[in-house]
Design a protein around this ligand. Structure first.
Ligand code: SAM
Ligand code: DTB
Ligand code: SF4
Length: 324
């Protein structure tokens, strides 16, 4: 146990496999123990997610409802105004969020007027006193520096899956492209949010390999979202089976043990989980959820704010006030 509570960046695949393969209750117990050493287990950070630019994306991520090439029937929207975004952020803060994540259906950031607007949004949300996060696709070193200067706290860029499985899921950019964006974020002094998705047809080895890449980074990501595939009609992965919640529990618990300090986020997939199933994820070390005013994550359903409030009351959880 002592070994497992030190921060380590030298995890081996076989060590990770041994943790991942533990009997479920033993795994949850160990993760819950680590969780309590590094965090207040009664606090869960509420992160409000907002799609500031929806749909029409040129990429071919086979899970994504926003890729232009799949016929998913979503409404494509241009970039929102700074004023609308800041108003939503203020309401999010009033409702108990301490983090606000703005997502854009872009392959990459371009140095144009839309980026200038994003920088203004970042400054506006930062002024409210929220941890501001963006997920805008690939960014260069200088774009990361501009975001940091505008007040960006964190940048989300997921590995999505293992290096080995990556090409089965996305062909329009590489796993190494993902790593270099994460590197650019790190170099700019922005907090790194990076995790992945399960349920993409990957093997257990792929999941272990993805966790290995994350947990052997020179510095662990401060935030690790664990998503279950939200199946979107019209995408190539629409007919894959629903992710079993116990698989989420196993993934979350393993991430918690490997990266004790990280915020582990129970991300996509909550709409298809019961309160009981989500409780196991919190027990296994998840300490954040995504919510949104629209009750859609980005383009897929997410639980109602009221239902989350009831769940927090039932479990005796409190929204984390602020982490920065
Ligand atoms: N376009 C940017 C990008 O891909 O980097 C930012 C937004 S994108 C929606 C952010 C992340 O959400 C993806 O990397 C993926 O991990 C996750 N995601 C997207 N669609 C999903 C789905 N249907 N189910 C689960 N996770 C999903
Ligand atoms: C992350 O890892 N999960 C969130 C956030 N980062 C941007 C997004 C999940 C998207 C779920 C599918 C959708 O609604 O489009
Ligand atoms: Fe575009 Fe991001 Fe969706 Fe991929 S995940 S298609 S990059 S919006």
């Amino acid at each position: 146990m002592t070994e497992q509570i030190e921060l380590r960046n030298d995890w081996t695949i076989s060590e990770i496999k041994a943790i991942y393969d533990l009997p479920l209750l033993e795994l949850v117990y160990q993760a819950a123990t680590v969780h309590r050493l590094y965090h207040k287990a009664g606090e869960v950070q509420v992160c409000t997610l907002l799609s500031v630019k929806t749909g029409g994306c040129p990429e071919d991520c086979s899970y994504c409802g926003q890729a232009a090439r799949y016929h998913t029937g979503i409404t494509v929207k241009s970039l929102m105004s700074k004023q609308d975004v800041v108003a939503i952020a203020q309401r999010a803060k009033d409702a108990g969020s301490s983090r606000f994540c703005m997502a854009a259906a872009w392959r990459e950031v371009r140095d144009n007027r839309d980026f200038d607007t994003i920088l203004e949004m970042v400054a506006g949300v930062n002024e409210i006193g929220l941890e501001v996060c963006c997920t805008l696709g690939m960014i260069t070193e200088s774009q990361a520096a501009r975001l940091q200067a505008a007040g960006l706290y964190a940048y989300n860029h997921n590995l999505d899956t293992s290096a080995e499985h990556y090409e089965e899921i996305i062909t329009t950019r590489t796993f190494d492209d993902r790593l270099s964006t994460i590197n650019n974020v790190r170099k700019a002094g922005i907090s790194v949010c990076s995790g992945g998705i399960i349920g993409l047809g990957e093997t257990h080895e792929d999941r272990i390999n993805m966790l290995h890449t994350l947990s052997t980074m020179p510095q662990h990501p401060e935030s690790v979202p664990v998503n279950a595939l939200a199946r979107v009609k019209g995408t190539p992965l629409a007919d894959l089976p629903k992710v079993d919640s116990w698989e989420m529990v196993r993934m979350i618990a393993t991430a918690r043990i490997l990266m004790p300090r990280a915020m582990v986020r129970l991300s996509a997939g909550r709409a298809e989980m019961t309160t009981d199933q989500q409780s196991w994820c919190f027990m296994a070390g998840a300490n954040s959820i995504f919510t949104s005013e629209s009750e859609e994550l980005l383009v897929t359903p997410n639980p109602r704010l009221d239902d989350d409030k009831k769940m927090f009351e039932l479990l005796g959880l409190k929204p984390m006030v602020k982490t920065r």
